[in-house]
Design a protein around this ligand. Structure first.
Ligand SMILES: *Cc1c(COP(=O)(O)O)cnc(C)c1O
Length: 394
C-alpha cells in the first residue's frame, strides 16, 4: 500500500497490515513484553542490529509497528513512532531535537499542555522558548534567533481554529536550517498532509480522530526522513513512553474507517457552523470553512476539508455558556475531541486552564468561548440538541 496511486480510502483500509504466519487478515495483538531468541548467537545479532527481529516490546513490537507503518503511509512520511499519548509524542519530539541553548518558536494557539511543557520542563533544561501568533508569517520571521532549531505549529490551532501557513513557515525554517513540526491532530492525514508543504515532523494525538472512538490514549511522531529514525527510536526507547500493543491495535482498527468518519465530521460541522452563524445568541463562529475566516484562503490551500472542530463566542459570556453546556442534549460535556460522539467544552476553565490568562487572551481564548467537537451522529439531532441548550439562555 505504499503506492501513491492508491486513494486514501484504500490506504486507510490496507496500510500497515503485516503478512502474518497464520494468514490473519489483520495484524493480531502481540500482547507480549519480550521475544524468545533462537539461541545466544541470534540474541547477540539482534542486539548488534546485524539481524532484524523483535527483542522487547519497548523497543519494537509487530502490532505497534503495523500501526506505525499505517500512519507513516497515510502521512506520506518515512517512519512513525507510536507513543503512550499525544503529550508523550510531543515530549519525544522536543527531547529528540532540542538541546540546552537551542531556541524553539511555538504557536500560541496550541493544545494547552504543549505550552506548559515548554515553559516548565524544557525551559528548565535551558531551551529558549518563544510563544507567538504563527498565523502571522512576519511574526515568525521576526522571532527567529541564530539558535532557532525548531518551529512547532498547530494548524488549525487550538481552540480558536486560527490557521498557520505551513509552506511559508517551512520556507523560513529551511532558510535558517531549522526544522518544522506540525501538530496535525485536528485534521488527520485525510484532511491535511504537512509533509507536502515542507514540514519535517508531524505529530498526532492518536486519542483523537485517528483512533476516533474515545477509548484510547496514544500519540505518534511521524518522520519525513528515514535517516532520523534510529535517533528518534533510541530516544523513544530511553524515555519509555511507548504505546502498548492493545491500544496500537485499536488505533489501527480505527484508522480503517478514518476516511469515511472524516467526511461525516466535515459534513456535520459545515451544517452546525451555518446553524450557529444564523443564531442571534452567538457573537461569532470560528470555523475554517467559513469564507470570512481570516485565513480561509490558506485553509483552502493546505486542507482538503475543514474538519469537525468549531469554536464560538456567546453573547452573555461564561454565564450564558454554562446555561448552554448544562442543558444541551446529545452533546456530552467533556474535553477531548475527534471521536464519533459529539462533545462540547469550555476552554478557559477546562483544556486551556493551565495557560496563563494573558496568553489565553492573546490567543483569543475568552471566557465566553465554547468549543465543539462535532461527531458523526445525524446533523439534525445535533442541531436540535444544541437548540435545547440555547433555549435556556434568555
Ligand atoms: C489532545 C491533544 C494533544 C495531546 O494528546 P494526548 O493524547 O491527550 O496526550 C496534543 N495536541 C492536540 C492538538 C490535541 O488535541
Amino acid at each position: 500500500m505504499n503506492d501513491d496511486s492508491y486513494g486514501m480510502g484504500t490506504k486507510c483500509v490496507h496500510s500497515g497490515i503485516k503478512d502474518d504466519p497464520t494468514g490473519a487478515v489483520v495484524t493480531p495483538i502481540y500482547q507480549t513484553s519480550t521475544f524468545k531468541f533462537r539461541d545466544t548467537e541470534h540474541g547477540a545479532r539482534l542486539f548488534k542490529g546485524e539481524e532484524q527481529g523483535y527483542i522487547y516490546t519497548r523497543m519494537r513490537n509487530p502490532t505497534i509497528e503495523a500501526m506505525e507503518d499505517a500512519i507513516a503511509n497515510l502521512e506520506g512520511g518515512a517512519k512513525a513512532i507510536g507513543c503512550a499519548s499525544g503529550m508523550a509524542a510531543i515530549n519525544l519530539l522536543f527531547s529528540s531535537t532540542l538541546t540546552a541553548g537551542d531556541h524553539i518558536i511555538c504557536s500560541e494557539a496550541v493544545y494547552g499542555p504543549t505550552i506548559s511543557i515548554l515553559q516548565t520542563l524544557f525551559a528548565k533544561y535551558g531551551v529558549e522558548v518563544s510563544i507567538i501568533d504563527t498565523s502571522d508569517v512576519s511574526l515568525v520571521k521576526s522571532a527567529i534567533r541564530n539558535n532557532t532549531k525548531l518551529i512547532f505549529i498547530e494548524t488549525p490551532g487550538n481552540p480558536s481554529l486560527i490557521i498557520s501557513d505551513i509552506q511559508a513557515i517551512s520556507e523560513i525554517a529551511s532558510s535558517i536550517n531549522a526544522k518544522l513540526a506540525v501538530d496535525n491532530t485536528f485534521m488527520s492525514p485525510i484532511l491535511q498532509q504537512p509533509f507536502k508543504f515542507g514540514a519535517d515532523y508531524v505529530i498526532h494525538s492518536l486519542t483523537k480522530f485517528l483512533n476516533g472512538h474515545a477509548d484510547v490514549i496514544g500519540g505518534v511522531v511521524v518522520l519525513k526522513k528515514e535517516s532520523e529514525y534510529i535517533h528518534f527510536r533510541k530516544m523513544s526507547n530511553l524515555i519509555g513512553g511507548v504505546i502498548d500493543p492493545f491500544n496500537a491495535f485499536l488505533v489501527h482498527r480505527g484508522i480503517k474507517t478514518l476516511h469515511i468518519r472524516m467526511q461525516r465530521h466535515c459534513e456535520n460541522a459545515e451544517k452546525i457552523s451555518t446553524y450557529l452563524k444564523n443564531n442571534p445568541k452567538v457573537i461569532w463562529v470560528h470555523y475554517p470553512g467559513d469564507k470570512n475566516h481570516p485565513q480561509y484562503e490558506i485553509a483552502r490551500k493546505q486542507m482538503t476539508g475543514f474538519g469537525g472542530m468549531i469554536a464560538f463566542e456567546l453573547k452573555g459570556g461564561l454565564e450564558a455558556g454554562k446555561k448552554l453546556m448544562d442543558n444541551v442534549k446529545v452533546w456530552q460535556l467533556a474535553v477531548s475531541l475527534g471521536g464519533v460522539e459529539s462533545l462540547i467544552q469550555h476552554p478557559a476553565t477546562m483544556t486551556h486552564a493551565s495557560v496563563p490568562k494573558e496568553l489565553r487572551e492573546k490567543a483569543k481564548i475568552t471566557d465566553g468561548l465554547v468549543r465543539l467537537s462535532v461527531g458523526i451522529e445525524d446533523a439534525d439531532d445535533l442541531i436540535n440538541g444544541l437548540e435545547s441548550g440555547f433555549r435556556h439562555i434568555t
